[in-house]
Design a protein around this ligand. Structure first.
Ligand code: FES
Length: 121
């Protein structure tokens, strides 16, 4: 599936431990920062589809789901702690010359096979 980069947020607006929600071409995106590093992941828990941002917490290289507490590694999307939930989708991202974080999402809007519940408006 082809992907395109979209401007999402200025890098300097992503504060340490921020967990920011966006919708890009219908895809739920979270952008966060920990120890200076930016991460972009799908904003939908693979357990029961709760949004991870803005109420999830970033700590020790992982984001914690605010609904039941599952933790997912920021660099791989892997679920920690033996719960066995599917990994989170990671989005490619880059910072452009103007300081914007651009996130690549599929050109096609997500279908139900990608999101277990109704896509965000
Ligand atoms: S919905 Fe995220 S842990 Fe249950």
């Amino acid at each position: 599936m082809a992907e395109t980069f979209h401007r999402v947020v200025l890098a300097h607006d992503v504060e340490e431990r921020a967990v920011l929600p966006f919708v890009v071409n219908g895809w739920p995106v979270l952008v966060c920062r920990e120890e200076g590093a930016i991460h972009a992941l799908i904003n939908r828990c693979t357990h029961a589809a709760a949004p991870l941002a803005p109420d999830g917490r970033v700590r020790r290289g992982a984001v914690m789901c605010p609904l039941h507490g599952a933790r997912f590694k920021l660099d791989t999307g892997e679920c920690l702690g033996g719960a066995g939930y599917k990994p989170l989708k990671l989005y490619p991202w880059r910072e452009d010359a103007d300081g914007w974080i651009e996130v690549a999402v599929p050109d096609e809007a997500p279908g139900m096979e990608h999101l277990p519940v109704k896509p965000l408006a």
